[in-house]
Design a protein around this ligand. Structure first.
Ligand code: FAD
Length: 287
């Protein structure tokens, strides 16, 4: 089933993100965690794609397993900036062969010292056009409510986002954010810029204090004072931080659905416990 049809259905969409193992040695333990999340029957699951390294080979296998064994539609991520055209075409064909029709098309982070002018693909929009030509895929892309870190400003970022939609991107999933007002403002500006495709809100439950530094480094997401206070107060008590982090993410999700956001994607980080608690907290809201 195409993700766009799920998002457009009247039911609020709740999905989870998982990532493949780095090596084949821990493939089994990761697969089992991912399957536990699939058993919760989310509306779809996305599987990330490692830019370079071994993990990209596992994305298609894990996505296919989620679909075939649990009947949960899978969204396979794919990056392009450090991949030759032949590899992108091979991966696209593999996805097609495995029955995966949903792809999140990404540029990926530029490796240090990499000369972008030598790349077969410099931007996600080029990958979107390539995938579109190779099959009947439902293609999504990434968007950044607080602007992509490389962008000059949020207006330039939105102009590029419009290009992605015009290239055939049918929905966008956001980078994580911790203040819903940032998302509402972003949606307003995206619509004003002529971007009409659905925007899926990406929510990261923060369940341990160590995550915060990593999140700040990766996403540059702003942390509201009331959230910082929660981490300050409960960060050194793992069980309390788990409860507080799930409660904070749940409150964000309920507010998003209540305000008409059609779909929420939870960065569940291969943690079945997090997925289960979130699912329980909103079970009547999404059914
Ligand atoms: P693009 O849309 O190409 O944008 C990158 C930058 O280039 C932006 O600043 C944009 O404004 C600018 N730009 C775009 N087009 C042009 C143009 N024509 N001319 C000039 N500038 C332009 N990374 C992984 O490695 N694996 C994953 O599985 C993965 N999943 C992700 C899922 C989500 C929901 C998100 C939000 C991010 C994910 N990422 C993943 C990270 C992503 O690869 C990085 O954020 C990357 O730096 C940008 O990717 P993009 O697809 O947004 O790039």
């Amino acid at each position: 089933m195409k993700i766009i049809d799920i998002i457009k259905s009247p039911k609020p969409t709740l999905s989870f993100e998982v990532f493949p193992p780095k090596t084949s040695q821990n493939f089994e333990s990761v697969r089992m965690a991912i399957e536990e999340i699939a058993e919760l029957e989310p509306d779809f699951m996305s599987v990330t794609y490692g830019a370079g390294g071994g993990t990209s080979d596992f994305t298609a296998d894990i996505a296919a397993g989620i679909q075939d064994k649990y009947g949960v539609p899978a969204l396979a991520h794919m990056t392009c900036v450090s991949s030759p055209r032949t590899q992108v075409r091979r991966v696209t064909d593999t996805l097609k062969d495995k029955g995966i029709t949903n792809v999140l098309a990404l540029r990926g982070d530029i490796p240090e010292g990499f000369d972008l002018s030598t790349a077969d693909y410099r931007y996600a929009s080029e990958l979107i056009r390539e995938i579109r030509e190779r099959g009947d895929f439902c293609i999504g892309g990434a968007c950044y409510p607080e602007a992509h870190p490389e962008s000059k400003d949020s207006f330039a970022d939105l102009a590029r986002l419009k290009e992605k939609a015009d290239s055939g991107c049918e929905f966008f999933t956001t980078q994580m954010f911790f203040d819903n007002a940032i998302l509402y403002n972003f949606i307003y500006r995206a619509r004003a810029a002529g971007i009409s495709v659905p925007i899926v809100a990406g929510i990261m439950p923060v369940t341990n204090a160590a995550q915060i530094k990593r999140i700040m480094a990766i996403s540059g997401a702003a942390l509201p004072q009331h959230f910082v206070r929660i981490v300050d107060r409960y960060g050194s008590n793992p069980k309390a931080m788990m409860q507080a982090g799930i409660a904070y993410a749940t409150a964000q999700i309920i507010d998003l659905f209540a305000n008409g956001v059609p779909a929420v994607h939870v960065y569940s980080m291969n943690k079945p416990e997090i997925a289960r608690l979130i699912m329980e907290n909103v079970s009547h809201i999404i059914r």
